[in-house]
Design a binder for this molecule. Structure first.
Ligand code: ZN
Ligand code: ZN
Length: 372
């Protein structure tokens, strides 16, 4: 009979060790943080990267709970890397709460904030330095890598700058550049977002945080420095101030996952860009968006969370998005059960997407040798 202490150790360590040994896929959890962002990448080695930590304020515990549920599902005991894409409350909000629940080894960001904001300034002055003083803190530049066994993670945008050199296999002239119309410069934090590109064998994924229109253009014009991807986490929750066709149609994802809320993201202009993207097989959404209405939505099978108020029918017409800064009434809190979209990718390029709400999943076969 084993001594009791050894027994305990075996019981604690075995599931983790087994999970790490038997895992062969890169698993990506797009967690529902109600129109914020929290996307968890877990490599076959068991190493993990979380991009953003959801909302703060009243939502801190809720969003930390939801991120922890994904971490637990993946068998994680720590987060190896945390990228905070930029200092908006829907991206760093639950960071301190989460750091109190699970060790975080490396805090990655774009450097100082460019947009004065009381909550972000207080966080950056009083909270964040104490957290990363106990771990590593890395300010990334475009072109930098993030270490993860078996997965090449490349930073493609940070602090308003973007990569100059094409990613391996990319760099062809982008014929869509000529038709691109720029928008007004975005002086805020969104344009500072850290953008990341993932290569796992033949599988590729792109996550640009809340990067805005003109900055997305720089990544794909005059040459498409990103190439094509299998999975695109739709930029900026699916808002039309991001996601220009020049980028979306050039990276030509097979699958897009949109981290929208019920009243944030999914506006008709953004949906038209996604639905007309060459080679797009499916769009998956974290919520039904009232801004899409029935006219622009995907089937419910592909939607992880519905609306918060029970409606007898889904409106056909999209409702107008509240103008930013108008103090429009906040959406009703969705504090009940929440569901993620999970992507499991193999190194041959095949992947499966599943909807935690209804159990629906769909396999996307590895494609042939040539990438478009
Ligand atoms: Zn955001
Ligand atoms: Zn933002």
């Amino acid at each position: 009979m084993m001594p009791r202490t050894v027994c305990l150790l075996v019981n604690v360590l075995l599931p983790v060790a087994l999970a790490a040994q038997t895992r062969t896929t890169l698993d990506i959890y797009v967690v529902d943080v109600e129109g914020g962002n929290a996307t968890l990448f877990v490599a076959p080695s068991g190493e993990s990267l979380l991009i953003d930590t959801g909302n703060g304020g009243q939502a801190v515990a809720r969003d930390a709970d939801r991120i922890m549920a994904a971490a637990t599902d993946a068998g994680l005991l720590r987060i190896d890397h945390l990228i905070t894409t930029h200092y908006h409350g829907d991206h760093f909000g639950a960071l301190a709460e989460l750091a109190g629940r699970i060790p975080i080894d490396n805090f990655i960001d774009h450097g100082s904030s460019v947009q004065p904001n009381a909550a972000a300034d207080a966080f950056l002055e009083n909270v964040y330095p104490e957290l990363h003083a106990r771990s590593n803190h890395t300010v990334v530049e475009p072109g930098d890598g993030v270490a993860m066994q078996g997965v090449d993670i490349r930073i493609v945008a940070s602090a308003g700058r973007s990569i100059r050199d094409a990613l391996p296999g990319a760099g062809r002239a982008n014929p869509l550049c000529a038709a691109h119309q720029s928008k007004d410069e975005d002086p805020g934090e969104n344009a500072q977002s850290v953008g990341s590109h993932f290569t796992f064998g033949r599988f590729r994924a792109l996550h640009l945080g809340d990067l805005t229109w003109n900055k997305e253009f720089e990544l794909v014009c005059p040459n498409n420095l990103l190439g094509s991807v299998d999975l695109f986490i739709v930029t900026h929750h699916g808002q039309p101030t991001s996601n220009p066709p020049v980028l979306v149609h050039a990276v030509a994802p097979r699958v897009a996952v949109m981290n929208n809320g019920t009243r944030k993201g999914g506006q008709p202009d953004a949906m038209k860009v996604l639905f007309s993207s060459p080679g797009l097989e499916d769009l998956w959404q974290l919520h039904f968006s009232l801004l899409s209405g029935q006219e622009y939505t995907v089937p419910g099978l592909f939607i992880a969370n519905t609306t918060d108020e029970s409606a007898s029918s889904i409106p056909v017409e999209p409702i107008a998005a509240p103008a930013p800064g108008t103090g429009a009434a906040p959406p009703p809190a969705h504090n009940g059960p929440a569901f993620w979209i999970k992507v499991s990718a193999r190194d041959d390029g095949a992947f499966t997407v599943s909807n935690a709400r209804n159990g629906f999943s769909k396999a996307y076969a590895a494609r042939g040798a040539a990438r478009p």
